[in-house]
Design a protein around this ligand. Structure first.
Ligand code: ZN
Ligand code: ZN
Length: 611
């Protein structure tokens, strides 16, 4: 208990009496004002220890002593209730306090901003204004946090206006709150405008702006801001490094990630476990899972988040064995309890490797053995697993039993399963749901039209394509990237724009000859039926990932591992072709498509043709 020595002397003899169950207390002492300071110290210690039980007892005692609505004591109580997430108590007491200052309003607004309902924080802020009180540099960050949680940009902008009028806008904490609000409301330009206007920028503010770019899918800007921060002579914090490392992980920008790795090493941060965990996550996401494992083994203390990053890393690459072995190790050797993220990793490992039995076992064990309620992500993994295994009806049943509304991920997994197994009826159902949820995603129409193609129902396939054009939707243009000597090279289907196009197509032709000798027959199924076989072959032959691979082969020494990124799923024919290529040229080729990684080596792929 934190009580100053001076007060504890006077307080201790009375402590037992003060905290005795209420029914056994003697009648209220008329000269309880002597106790005032003691009550105050006690309440302060309850607040710092979040001791809600004793706090409630003391509250009852204060009510009996007619001190229950004293502004100072009641403020402490509201603080205690609010910090312990007993918000109905806090609100009740707050409503009865006759004199309420900004400090008191701030406490309750903060309580709602942290614990929700977030709407209450915003409505309380408006009530505060109606009472003629002006917000201060604490009110703004709290209420902005609630706006961020609700992505409520309209209220956010109004609050910003008042911050300008009250001259709090450029306060570091208020500005950080505004930047965070704009960032969570996907308005990163507004965030940047404010950031640029700040004359004094501390590490917290830089972190908020870097995080804003990272969160809104602008990893390059996040990284360049990070460099500027260093140029301005500010030492980044662990939080800064973790944010930029995650930004490079999402961009799968390995050279930049390596640069930051070097930087954190020079700054003496590389031994920090949080930084190391972010780095291992980045290396795994960029395709270098072996390197990720090296960092994982170097961690001084392996926390659940580190295990999760490593398990998900293996899952993403289709190394289900390693992921599941690591899970067992985490349970047995580290004696750590898995959380719901661990199970997302474990289930997606099962789903990427087609381990239906294991997946079912883990899904059941989550709730029964660990009391973790499956979230929509866990359901998505299960639907994906069942869909791939052709258990489409079972997948459909599981969706109908979901306690929450299935999202586009769930229906997308079912639609994908229907595509693999040619189930037109269920595929249509999934598509209808998907169109409700995301009416402008052309990908859904493309998959359904492919299902009709497989069922040789050309009329329906054409009808779906027509609907797509009527809605003005275009299929995402397939694009692949390869990085050679720190330079990105992008390729579209049938791309002739690269300066070395001639050599690239020459290499593809050379490879195709060798592939055919080795038994490769082009599969042109997903392409339309009203195109001649030769044309189909040409279309498939010049898919963007093949161009990127051919370019990689002619631009690097024989043993170099090639890493190609693609913005959509790899098609069946390219998957077969790349297996042949990996064997013919004796190279490891890694492809990161929109769903996962494929490691091609010696004629095989790590996904075991299951993706
Ligand atoms: Zn292809
Ligand atoms: Zn594969």
């Amino acid at each position: 208990m934190i009580i100053s020595r001076r007060t504890s002397k006077t307080l201790l003899p009375h402590l037992n009496q003060l905290l005795r169950p209420i029914h056994s207390l003697p009648n209220p002492n008329p000269i309880l004002s002597d106790y005032y300071n003691a009550y105050l110290s006690l309440l302060q210690s309850f607040v710092s220890r979040k001791a809600i039980g004793p706090g409630k007892q003391l509250h009852a005692r204060l009510l009996l002593s007619n001190l229950g609505f004293d502004t100072v004591l009641a403020t402490k109580l509201v603080n205690l209730y609010s910090d312990c997430n007993h918000l109905p108590y806090a609100q009740n007491l707050f409503d009865r306090i006759p004199k309420r200052n900004v400090f008191l309003w701030n406490i309750l607004i903060r309580g709602y901003a942290w614990n929700g309902p977030f709407e209450s924080a915003i409505s309380l802020y408006h009530q505060m204004l109606e009472h003629g009180l002006l917000p201060d540099n604490f009110t703004f960050p709290f209420v902005l946090k609630a706006c961020s949680a609700l992505s409520d940009i309209d209220n956010g902008r109004e609050i910003h206006k008042l911050a300008v009028l009250t001259r709090w806008e450029l306060d570091v904490f208020v500005a950080a709150g505004l930047i965070d609000m704009y960032s969570k409301c996907s308005s990163v330009e507004d965030a940047r405008r404010l950031f640029d206007r700040m004359s004094k920028r501390d590490v917290v503010l830089w972190n908020s702006m870097i995080a804003a770019y990272s969160l809104n899918g602008h990893p390059s800007e996040a990284l360049s801001l990070f460099r500027n921060m260093a140029l301005e002579g500010l030492k980044p914090s662990v939080a800064t490094l973790v944010t930029v490392i995650s930004a490079s992980a999402d961009a799968a920008a390995l050279p930049r990630g390596r640069e930051i790795h070097g930087f954190s090493w020079r700054m003496g941060f590389s031994s920090a476990d949080k930084v190391k965990t972010a780095l291992l996550d980045m290396y795994a996401k960029c395709g270098w899972v072996r390197l990720a494992r090296v960092l994982f083994e170097q961690l001084l203390e392996k926390r659940v988040v580190s295990w999760n990053a490593m398990i998900s890393g293996y899952a993403m690459h289709g190394h289900a064995d390693e992921a599941l072995t690591l899970f067992e190790k985490m349970r047995k050797e580290a004696i750590l309890l898995p959380d719901n993220i661990t199970f997302v990793g474990v289930l997606s490992a099962c789903s990427h490797a087609g381990l239906l039995l294991e997946g079912r076992r883990f899904f059941d064990s989550m709730l029964h053995d660990f009391s973790i309620k499956p979230t929509v992500q866990h359901y998505t993994c299960m639907i994906d697993l069942l869909g791939h295994a052709g258990r489409l009806e079972e997948a459909n049943q599981l969706i109908s039993k979901m306690p929450m509304k299935p999202d586009s991920g769930v229906w997308g997994a079912l639609l994908n399963g229907c595509k693999i197994h040619g189930d037109v009826e269920l595929g249509e159902k999934a598509l209808r749901k998907l169109i409700e949820l995301e009416p402008d995603d052309a990908g859904n129409y493309v998959i359904l039209s492919n299902i009709y193609c497989q069922a040789r129902n050309w009329e329906e396939a054409a009808r779906i394509r027509k609907r797509m054009t009527e809605r003005g939707l275009k299929k995402a243009i397939a694009c692949s990237w390869i990085e050679i000597r720190n330079k990105h090279h992008a390729f579209l289907v049938g791309d002739l724009s690269h300066p070395q196009s001639k050599e690239i197509y020459g290499e593809l032709e050379r490879l195709e000859g060798l592939m055919q000798q080795a038994g490769y027959v082009p599969d042109t199924m997903p392409v339309f039926h009203n195109v001649s076989d030769d044309e189909k072959r040409n279309m498939v032959r010049s898919h963007s990932e093949r161009l990127a691979i051919a370019f990689g082969l002619i631009s690097t020494p024989p043993d170099t591992v090639l890493m190609v990124k693609k913005n959509i799923r790899v098609c069946e024919d390219c998957h077969i072709a790349i297996k042949f290529i990996s064997q013919i040229v004796n190279r490891e080729i890694i492809i990161r498509d929109v769903n996962r990684y494929h490691h091609f080596k010696g004629g095989h792929c790590s996904c075991h043709d299951y993706w």
